[in-house]
Design a protein around this ligand. Structure first.
Ligand code: AMP
Length: 305
């Protein structure tokens, strides 16, 4: 990779509310804090700008590793896409810069950490939490689809949690080419594939609808609906949309999931319909009410001290 990939420059200048107001940044402009995590091509650190103390996450990617992985052009494309997305449920890519060996992505910091970790710790989410997340992801994907961007790799591993407990789509699409090893099983990475991709047909933005159906199930059950020991079993279950619900999954959630996990991509409900679905609406309200009550209780306990 050259020191100056063509895409670097234009998008950064167009991005508003960035920690750099004009001029090219370098790593010397940041105070680097604790490591937040490690990806396939580099590490992510908590950081803040020396000027203005703007908190962010910096992803450091090694050019040599990007080149040997054959993903440098993919990175450029994903940078171009993500730097133009500005939505409360999508991690912002504020800007980026590079030196001779490394590329630095300056990202919005998600203090709540990884969705996958939360789900593993809690085993499964409550209905209000899952419903609120469904609203948020539907809203974020609807915004992307309006911009003709299909995510194609929605799963808990690619989601983070913001400061107010909100869902944030992390690395945009980039993870398609940087498969994580967070799921150990072979079929783990296949769990979110829609039937049209399993059989190698052309696909559309409806792949994201299938994926959020799988996601909703995993949020409520703790594992995805088509998980099997053998990859071939997972494939055939996906192709037939064959899965069962544990007893605790209630009618409203089942109704939503069954309208997303539809073999015919054209018959899946739309993202706007997901947002307005009666279960999503009532769970969103329940969760917001609970948050309000918690806030009031905290305020009351502070007053009593
Ligand atoms: P990635 O290379 O994107 O898979 O990132 C590796 C890990 O770093 C993730 O699994 C997260 O734990 C962490 N991470 C990445 N981006 C952020 C961010 N914007 N805010 C907080 N943690 C992050």
């Amino acid at each position: 990779m050259e020191n100056k990939p063509p895409v670097l420059g234009s998008a950064a200048e167009k991005t508003r509310n960035t920690p750099n107001k004009g001029g090219k940044l370098s790593i010397k402009d940041f105070e680097i804090g604790r490591p937040l995590g490690k990806g396939k091509f580099g590490s992510v650190y908590l950081a803040r700008t020396k000027m203005g103390h703007f908190h962010c996450a910096i992803k450091v990617l090694f050019k040599s590793q990007l080149i040997s992985g054959g993903v440098e052009h993919q990175l450029e494309r994903e940078i171009e896409i993500q730097s133009h997305l500005n939505h409360p449920n999508i991690i912002r890519l504020y800007t980026y810069f590079w030196d001779t060996k490394k590329i630095y992505l300056v990202l919005e910091y998600a203090p709540g950490g990884e969705m996958y970790k939360q789900l593993t710790t809690q085993k499964r989410f409550s209905e209000p939490t899952a419903g609120k997340y469904m609203y948020e992801i539907a809203d974020a994907l609807s915004y992307c689809h309006r911009k003709n961007v299909i995510h194609r790799d929605i799963k808990p591993e690619n989601l983070l949690i913001g400061s107010r407990g909100e869902l944030k789509i992390g690395d945009f699409g980039w993870s398609v080419h940087a498969p994580s090893n967070k799921r150990q099983t072979m079929c783990g990475t296949m769990d979110y594939l829609p039937p049209e991709m399993v059989v190698g047909q052309a696909h559309s933005d409806a792949v994201d609808l299938w994926a959020i159906g799988v996601l909703c199930y995993e949020f409520l059950v703790g594992k995805p609906p088509f998980e099997h020991e053998q990859q071939t079993e997972t494939y055939s279950a996906i192709k037939a949309a064959r899965f069962t619900y544990p007893d605790h999954v209630k009618k409203g959630a089942r109704d939503l999931i069954s309208k997303l996990l539809v073999i015919d991509a054209k018959k899946r409900i739309s993202l706007e319909e997901v947002k307005k679905h009666y279960w999503v609406e009532s769970m969103l309200q329940a969760r917001l009410r609970a948050e309000e009550e918690e806030k009031n209780m905290r305020a009351a306990s502070l007053r009593n001290h």
